[in-house]
Write a protein that binds this ligand. Structure first.
Ligand SMILES: NC(=O)c1ccc[n+]([C@@H]2O[C@H](COP(=O)([O-])OP(=O)(O)OC[C@H]3O[C@@H](n4cnc5c(N)ncnc54)[C@H](OP(=O)(O)O)[C@@H]3O)[C@@H](O)[C@H]2O)c1
Length: 333
């Protein structure tokens, strides 16, 4: 197997841990000697061992059997090994101490705490480092992580469900606008995000759980609530959840407060007031609209008050799909 094949294998197999590793990036590592893979490791769970550590610990089982010294081996890492001591130790130092002499890296870690410092540690210790192999694929695989560090803010998506006549809800009763298939699709979208944000009215009117109810393991999104009013902590929203509550209305300030956190993506699920406030601020990157064939009529509350509001906020339709009888449209800036 050549470097390209090994890197593609590590990227592909790392994908399996997309939902359990977040908000950390998914990372894969392969220890190999000539044409033989000695061991593989992945960052499987948020807060647990990094991929390189898992791969190296497994390789130790073959010391004296398949190889005599780590200096005979090479290491593939899809992302630059970390240089900082976070929840786990520095991976770059661990690699140096283990005795490797040859490392092949996919992408440089965009996190300013690392950003080349991991590579420097390796090179300063006479390790040969090649980097940039399939970096585009690694970046695509960790799109929220790269976006957050490049743009110094989390990726913001708004998801709305709209009736055929452009309404969001009734003021006096809870109504489901879209089909069960669209509701199931929303559960999968929630699973991809690091946090879900809503406003006080949606909390009080709907008592939503706003977790991701899917049939695979995941690190549940954090919840964010924006309200200046009283609320009960007994509501479903707060059950088994980590919730940040903001009592300020300055949306940019709220989003910017996540710049130095691990949160790389936020999904907003709120009513027209908060959704339009966010859109006016110009800090939204993506808008997902589920439209049904059902009309809510005059009693229904409008999502927007002008024609072409989505386009006027600067969005362009990127893709659209049929889900059951609903239409799912994705708009981006
Ligand atoms: N169709 C859908 O996709 C969908 C999705 C979610 C919700 N909904 C519906 O939306 C209804 C509520 O909609 P809504 O428009 O009245 O409320 P909303 O957008 O859910 O929440 C508005 C509330 O957010 C808080 N807030 C904090 N900063 C704000 C800011 N800068 N701008 C605006 N709000 C800010 C305030 O809470 P406080 O008043 O507590 O201070 C405000 O009253 C619910 O009944 C629900 O059924 C529909």
């Amino acid at each position: 197997m050549n470097y390209e094949e090994l890197m593609l294998r590590a990227i592909t197999k790392a994908e399996k841990f997309k939902f359990t590793a977040k908000p950390n990036p998914v990372v894969g590592a392969i220890v190999f000697k000539d044409n033989e893979i000695i061991s593989e490791g992945y960052h499987e769970t948020y807060g647990k061992n990094h991929a390189e550590i898992n791969a190296i610990e497994k390789a130790k089982n073959y010391l004296g059997k398949k190889f005599e010294s780590f200096s005979e081996l090479s290491l593939i890492c899809t992302l630059e090994p970390c240089s900082h001591h976070g929840k786990t130790g520095s991976c770059a130092d661990f690699i140096v101490d283990t005795g490797f002499k040859n490392i092949i890296i996919g992408a440089i870690d965009p996190n300013p705490k690392v950003a080349g410092k991991g590579i420097k540690i390796l090179q300063d210790n006479n390790i040969s480092v090649e980097f940039g192999l399939f970096e585009d694929l690694v970046e695509k695989q960790n799109k929220f992580f790269f976006y957050k560090h490049k743009n110094k803010k989390p990726y913001i998506t708004i998801k709305i469900a709209s009736s055929l006549d452009g309404k969001s809800h009734y003021n006096d009763e809870r109504v489901f606008i879209t089909s069960q298939s669209s509701l199931d699709d929303v559960q999968k979208i929630r699973a991809e995000y690091d946090a879900i944000l809503t406003g006080g009215n949606t909390l009080r009117n709907d008592n939503p759980k706003m977790n991701s109810r899917v049939d695979f393991a995941l690190n549940q999104p954090k919840k964010i609530l924006l309200t200046n009013n009283a609320y009960s902590k007994e509501l479903d929203f707060f059950k088994n959840a980590s919730v940040d509550v903001f009592k300020i209305n300055d949306l940019k300030k709220i989003i910017n407060s996540y710049q130095n956190s691990e949160i790389c993506s936020i999904l907003i699920e709120a009513g027209p007031k908060l959704v339009n406030s966010f859109l006016k601020e110009g800090i939204v990157d993506e808008l997902i609209v589920y439209s049904s064939t059902k009309k809510l009529g005059e009693k229904g509350i409008n999502w927007f008050y002008e024609d072409n509001a989505i386009e006027n906020y600067g969005f362009k339709l990127e893709s659209s799909y049929k889900i059951d009888t609903d239409l799912k449209e994705i708009f981006k800036k």
